[in-house]
Design a protein around this ligand. Structure first.
Ligand code: GUN
Length: 307
């Protein structure tokens, strides 16, 4: 078994970005700028946002954090998004999810300018991604594919079971694994909360690659994994642990100790997919920046996509 070391790969990507920023500065240009909106004070969201801002600093991007109270109206939040849309010095915008119940996340997502949508959640980007045209792609699915790529794990013709159909991870991952390109070209089965548990138990052992993004500790056990399968665990769950200073520890959706006995490659939690999300987000911000500065041109499709 080999660990898919997202922490290490993520650092490699951040170092690549850092060099890129230095080149921009050397040629007299300003660095890329990421704007982050955090609504309310959910502890996990605060931790993620802190990580994103620290990573911006590491690679040399400028960043702005706009903290808004959980009581903010949807209209006020949209107004803040539009201000960042209109600001020529902002290249990427993220609104950290989840949002309070009185705000419709889709309305927020659709307000962000597609060219600044570094989360890749806007319907325009989702459509372009689905059709395999150049676009800003969602960070966590891209991070998963990047890990598969950097570890030279073949995906073409393989059977990939994705568990979880969220807009942020499961659904886009299922599309990216099945569409053309490397990584891609896999036969994909998408399981979700309406997949009967006995069906999930039948399907997972058929998979060469299992990608789980549900949020349920120990959902995937060793009996559900084929010998030599690749296992990607996107879950980040807090479980009580009085021996830790924080009172909790982080576990994924996969029973790591037993599954790692059978898997050929597996992501740890923490240190697997999580850090990849952050570094891809930064890479997307650089991409948005280069497009704004016309170094890369617009997202208009230039050639027939590879199905
Ligand atoms: N919440 C959990 N994952 C994400 C993400 O990738 N982007 C944003 N904006 N919020 C999240």
């Amino acid at each position: 078994m080999e660990l898919l070391d997202g922490k290490m790969v993520s650092l490699t990507i951040k170092d690549e970005l850092r060099r890129e920023v230095q080149r921009l500065l050397d040629s007299g240009k300003r660095p890329p700028h990421l704007a982050v909106i955090l609504v309310g004070d959910d502890p996990a969201s605060r931790t993620y946002v802190k990580g994103k801002l620290q990573s911006c600093e590491y690679v040399g991007f400028s960043s702005t954090l706009k903290r808004l109270p959980a009581s903010i109206t949807e209209e006020e939040l949209l107004h803040q998004v539009r201000r960042f849309n209109d600001d020529p010095d902002v290249d990427g915008i993220i609104v950290q999810m989840p949002l309070p119940d009185h705000i419709t996340p889709q309305r927020v997502t659709q307000t962000i300018l597609p060219s600044k949508d570094v989360d890749g959640f806007h319907p325009v980007n989702v459509g372009l991604m689905t059709l395999n045209f150049p676009c800003l792609m969602p960070a966590t699915p891209s991070g998963i594919l990047e890990l598969l790529d950097r570890y030279n794990i073949p995906t073409k013709g393989k059977h990939c079971v994705v568990v979880g159909r969220s807009r942020i991870v499961g659904r886009p991952t299922s599309i990216m694994m099945s569409r053309g390109g490397q990584p891609g070209e896999a036969t994909v089965t998408l399981c979700h909360k309406f997949t009967p548990p006995e069906m999930l138990r039948q399907l997972c052992p058929l998979a060469d690659i299992v990608i789980v993004a549900v949020g349920k500790p120990n959902l995937i056990t060793a009996d559900m994994i084929k010998e030599g399968a690749v296992v990607i665990d996107v879950g980040i769950n807090r479980v009580e642990d009085p021996t830790r200073k924080a009172g909790f520890r982080l576990v994924g959706d996969v029973a790591f100790d037993e599954v790692s006995q059978k898997a050929s490659f597996i992501t740890p939690v923490p240190g697997g997919v999580g850090p990849m999300t952050v570094s891809i987000l930064l890479r997307n911000t650089l991409e948005g920046y280069l497009r704004h500065h016309h170094a890369l041109g617009d997202f208009a499709p230039s050639k027939e996509p590879n199905e």
